[in-house]
Design a protein around this ligand. Structure first.
Ligand code: LLP
Length: 414
């Protein structure tokens, strides 16, 4: 909810790099990593924020990485992550794999966290002995929206729990190497489900052992929520680890040796480090509504229009003054009515009263470090915005602003 940057910092960044601009704070990311240090392995789900320089920062802190596409594997390698089979720092997680992706995981010997038995067959045919994890759908899930619930029979993700034995058979028949069991039941989870998830993992380990297979590690997946609104629960990471550690100990008693315990967060590590800066370009009234129109839209931050997600936001005025708060609809420049940050579908209440704004003021949207830049699009032929990483006094441009010419070049001169 809080913005990690001072007013002076925000103005200087906006002046130097222009808006829209993504800004990340390295210290916040390091603090979140430290909060999870009880886990043997923290594996960053880079889909949340896949900039190579953020990945480098993660690696410097000893954080490993998850990749869900060929492009994300390339990003991890470019950031210096090593991949050499069983001890790869990268794991590839998916439910489906195209030929080019298969070739990439084989070439770099990236362990595969498989969400379908077909993937196991395809991998075994191409790369006998390859290390695999099984991503299991335990039959229930949870998420901040039904679009982010990844468990239960309506989810396309993971191998259905009753198919575990069939998956283990495919591993044996295909000569693959089972590295571990993995579960990720959703993003923005309700911790009420946690003991159920841990219990399901212990049962899966038992079934795996009963089928005559050994494993080296279990993964708790990601899903840790962050407080987007005042009053939202703040996760107690020691308690979270404690529940998983107890499950790990039960699993170790079953297999008869030590097991690694992984966690795979995306949002938790980066969401609160980031803000999205926009500039107010117009204000107007329409009947009962007062509109504040900014130069950033859902092609940058998709979460409010996609999930009805809440993001705290505030206005910065260059002279430091503030205007009386007023009920405002904050909207972007896209030619689409849904391009608003403050009203959602389905009756979701989003922040409406905002310090009054005039043209030239900055709009600062908070908690945009996760699923912000990484979900941006070129809709309305808008170039992707620049990204900046602030580390104490050091400011680093970590992604140049895309140009319209670069966009058009893909279509011209074919
Ligand atoms: N592991 C797996 C296998 C996942 O599918 C995901 C997220 C994560 C880890 C990380 O989840 P996290 O810790 O970030 O909750 N675009 C949505 C979130 C989609 C999450 C997809 N998978 C949003 O903006 O809320």
């Amino acid at each position: 909810m809080t913005c990690p940057f001072t007013s002076a910092q925000l103005w200087s960044l906006a002046d130097q790099y222009g808006t829209p601009l993504w800004v990340y704070d390295a210290a916040t990311i390091r603090a979140r990593i430290a909060q999870l240090s009880h886990f043997d392995t923290i594996r960053f789900a880079q889909k949340a924020c896949s900039n190579i320089h953020i990945l480098k920062l993660m690696r410097e802190q000893g954080v490993k990485v998850d990749a869900v596409s060929r492009g994300e594997i390339a990003r991890a390698l470019a950031a210096g992550y090593r991949s050499d089979g069983a001890h790869s720092e990268i794991v590839f997680t998916a439910d489906v794999m195209d030929e080019a992706t298969l070739a990439t995981v084989v070439e770099h010997r990236v362990p595969v966290n498989a969400g379908s038995i077909d993937m196991l067959h395809q991998l075994a045919a191409a790369s006998p002995g390859h290390a695999v994890w099984l991503r299991i759908n335990p039959g229930f899930g949870h998420g901040h929206s039904n679009k982010t619930n990844t468990g239960g029979e309506h989810s396309k993700h993971g191998i259905w729990h009753t198919d575990l034995l069939a998956a283990l058979d495919a591993i044996r028949a295909g000569g693959l190497h089972l590295a571990g069991l993995h579960m990720h039941i959703g993003s923005g989870v309700d911790y009420g489900h946690l003991s159920e998830v841990c219990g399901a993992m212990v049962q899966l380990v038992q079934a795996t052992k009963d089928a005559g297979h050994d494993l080296e590690a279990i993964s708790a997946g990601g899903g840790l929520s962050i407080p987007y609104r005042e009053g939202d629960p703040v996760i107690d990471t020691a308690h979270y680890h404690g529940l998983w550690d107890a499950a790990r100990k039960q699993a170790e008693a079953i297999v008869g040796h030590a097991l690694g315990l992984e966690i795979e967060p995306g949002r938790f590590l980066v969401a609160e480090s980031g803000v999205l800066l926009g500039t107010v370009r117009a204000t107007k009234n329409a009947g009962i509504n007062h509109f504040v129109l900014v130069d950033t839209g859902f092609n940058e931050l998709m979460r409010p229009s996609m999930y009805g997600s809440f993001h705290a936001m505030h206005i910065e005025r260059r002279d430091g003054t503030s205007l009386a708060a007023r009920d405002s609809v904050v909207a972007g420049p896209l030619c689409e009515s849904g391009d608003v940050f403050t009203q959602g579908d389905g009756g979701v209440v989003l922040p409406r009263p905002l310090a009054g704004a005039t043209v030239g003021d900055l709009l600062v949207i908070h908690d945009t470090g996760a699923y912000g830049a990484s979900m941006s699009s070129n809709y309305n032929t808008r170039p992707l915005a620049a990204e900046v990483l602030v580390d104490g006094d050091r400011v680093q441009l970590i992604r140049r602003r895309q140009t319209v010419e670069q966009l058009l070049a893909l279509e011209l001169g074919l």
